[in-house]
Write a protein that binds this ligand. Structure first.
Ligand SMILES: [Zn+2]
Length: 217
């Protein structure tokens, strides 16, 4: 896109903070200063355990403005917000994971949901993390059947059962001995990430680092 067009678009659609929705002031980039200070950042050293993952890293807690921001991201402003969200995730990965990584992959949507939404939010995040870290981004997983929305299921057991066997590795994914970063938007029970990580491990991945924008308590 030309610079002029870019500036024109910025005048017509001024960039907004994805968390509070306020139009950004001059000097504010990506998110507003108030959110930068007030958002519930996950303190360093407090990683979450998820089965079959070496670690699960997230820059933010899933509450308040983060919850609203992610909801808007999923259902309205997907592409625009993936930039900032991916930047925060890339920073988190670089700060908190010092082991080598071969490539980045993501938790895929089912074909039906992808068709309905028009974009795969985890894929957009993975692509931005790849751009920022210089790591390659590759599809490795496919969703083999539709599942119910995890957030509508209460019990952890119900969530595990809901995603059991719902993912598989793509043929030719070449995972043997690979150190992989697995991206999704939010981790709640961890059932989806651990199901995907189990597939990657079964196909020979040496390590799986889960990376999400936000993490529920
Ligand atoms: Zn804000």
């Amino acid at each position: 896109m030309s610079r002029l067009l870019h500036r024109l678009l910025a005048l017509i659609y001024p960039p907004k903070c994805p968390f509070c929705g306020r139009v950004l002031d001059q000097g504010e980039e990506g998110l507003c200063f108030a959110c930068q200070r007030a958002l519930p950042w996950v303190e360093e050293g407090s990683a979450r355990a998820v089965d079959f993952c070496d670690v699960c890293l997230s820059p933010l807690w899933y509450r308040d403005g983060v919850r609203k921001g992610i909801h808007r991201y999923k259902f309205q402003h997907g592409r625009a917000h993936s930039r900032l969200f991916g930047d925060l995730m890339a920073q988190c990965l670089q700060d908190r994971w010092k082991e080598p990584v071969d490539f980045i992959t993501w938790v895929p949507l089912s074909k039906q949901r992808l068709r309905a939404r028009g974009y795969d939010q985890a894929r957009l995040l993975a692509q931005r993390v790849g751009e920022m870290t210089g790591l390659p981004v590759r599809p490795t997983l496919v969703k083999t059947r539709s599942t119910r929305v995890q957030s509508r299921l209460g019990q952890e057991d119900a969530r595990k059962a809901n995603v059991l066997g719902a993912y598989a590795c793509l043929p030719g994914a070449e995972l043997v001995g690979r150190q992989v970063v697995l991206v999704d938007d939010v981790v709640t029970s961890g059932a989806t990430l651990s199901e995907c990580a189990a597939c990657l491990r079964e196909a020979g991945a040496q390590s799986v680092v889960a990376l999400t924008l936000a993490r529920a308590k």
